[in-house]
Design a protein around this ligand. Structure first.
Ligand code: ADP
Length: 395
């Protein structure tokens, strides 16, 4: 079975075609600047295509992806019929979906009903679903929700201490995100080490979140009603004193939209350092003596460790700690410093292994460590393909 995995944003559409016989990626790429010019990349058959191409809307983008998959140097299928199913990443499933589902009219209505909670994402996902239906008529499709894995959180973890009616009327609560990534890492680890009961996954990338899993069920996670919550990220501030928001708005005369933009796009590592949101740039700048770049990094290490510390309470201990995503997988220094904060609990890295584990799966803790520490490269697309495969196989 071949499955097309789609991650559709308002002006972008990332795709992977995965052959489920061996879970290999046949082709992958992205359409960017949809509705504002258009460009496309596609890698297949060891060939990488990059081109400007007019993409007025998502439907045209899907047609172009079909062309690339069926012809030229990136050809991997003979006809569109070879795409057996399509899996869509959906950011916000609210409290409607606790697992992945096949898409029908009611699911589309469900995703649409949650637009208020994810105004930037869910409309784009719906556009992607409609365009995929037009390009691949009759092909079954699944929706895989970013927050579904976190649906096991107890009310004491997901409620905000606000007047209760905001929860009842506006669904204001913690949902958590990156669930597909956390689930991939957890399932992968569990396959090899089923004995772990208390597992913490640190997804540290441009967007970052930590997830605490007890006997396979999420009990805590750091992102909230939106992916802005948690700890410092590339350009997002994470948790701050909520009173700061109205204070800055008043001081700078900002609208709610402008304030939102500052907290989402101009804060975090970028905001503190004034240099970049990218870990590589920050480390270079810090090495050259830029103190604010170093401060931004110090904040990140400290905040990750503080989160882990508080989630150890939620878990009642920790058997295994996993680092994943761009920073988690590729920066030994992050793991060294974070684990140094945990040393008092007997968390000890094998520093040689830690240095070696760059972008690859490894156990990096020392034999005497009381907590086993791992690097596991995440693979959200494969998780989406697997869910889609299981749902479609049961049809
Ligand atoms: P996203 O949340 O957009 O998927 P990623 O998981 O790709 O983000 O993470 C991006 C972050 O990972 C950036 O800060 C980047 O600097 C960092 N990163 C990625 N690869 C490396 C690397 N090889 N060395 C150091 N940092 C890296």
């Amino acid at each position: 079975m071949k499955i097309l995995v789609i991650n559709c944003g308002s002006s972008s559409l990332k795709f992977q075609l995965i052959d489920m016989t061996d879970e290999s990626v046949l082709a992958k790429g992205a359409c960017e600047r949809i509705g504002a010019g258009g460009s496309i990349t596609c890698s297949a058959n060891e060939h990488k295509l990059e081109a400007e191409y007019p993409l007025p809307d998502h439907t045209v983008a899907f047609e172009k992806i079909k062309d690339l998959l069926m012809s030229g140097p990136t050809k991997v299928i003979d006809s569109a019929d070879e795409v057996d199913a399509i899996g869509h990443r959906i950011v916000q499933g609210g409290d409607l979906y606790s697992k992945s589902v096949l898409i029908d009219e009611s699911v589309k209505e469900g995703i649409a009903s949650l637009i208020d909670l994810a105004p930037l994402h869910n409309p784009a996902h719906l556009q992607g679903i409609v365009a995929a239906e037009a390009a691949f008529p009759g092909v079954p499709m699944a929706a895989v929700f970013d927050n579904a894995f976190h649906s096991t959180m107890p009310p004491k973890a997901y409620m905000y201490p606000l007047p209760y009616r905001y929860y009842e009327e506006f669904k204001v609560r913690k949902y958590g995100f990156h669930g597909t990534s956390h689930r991939y890492c957890y399932v992968h680890l569990h396959g090899q080490y089923p004995q772990y009961r208390k597992v913490m996954i640190c997804h540290i990338g441009n967007g970052s979140s930590i997830c605490a899993i007890h006997n396979g069920e999420v009990v805590e996670t750091s992102m909230g009603m939106t992916p802005l919550d948690g700890f410092i990220m590339g350009t997002r501030c994470g948790s701050i004193d909520p009173a700061v928001v109205t204070y800055i708005q008043e001081k700078d005369g900002l609208t709610p939209e402008e304030m939102n933009d500052i907290m989402n796009k101009k804060s975090g590592l970028l905001g503190v350092s004034g240099v970049s949101s990218d870990m590589r740039d920050l480390r270079q700048a810090a090495n050259r003596g830029n103190e604010r770049a170093q401060l931004a990094l110090d904040l990140m290490y400290y905040q990750i460790a503080m989160r882990i510390g508080s989630y150890i309470i939620a878990l009642g201990g920790m058997d295994a700690l996993v680092f994943t995503a761009g920073i988690g997988e590729n920066t030994p220094i992050t793991r060294t410093i974070v684990c140094d904060y945990l040393k008092f609990m007997g968390c000890i890295l094998d520093e040689d292994k830690n240095q070696e584990a760059i972008g690859k799966e490894m156990k990096i803790s020392a034999p005497e460590s009381k907590i086993d520490v791992f690097v596991i490269p995440t693979n959200e697309e494969l998780m989406i393909a697997r869910d889609t495969y299981h749902l479609v196989s049961a049809l």
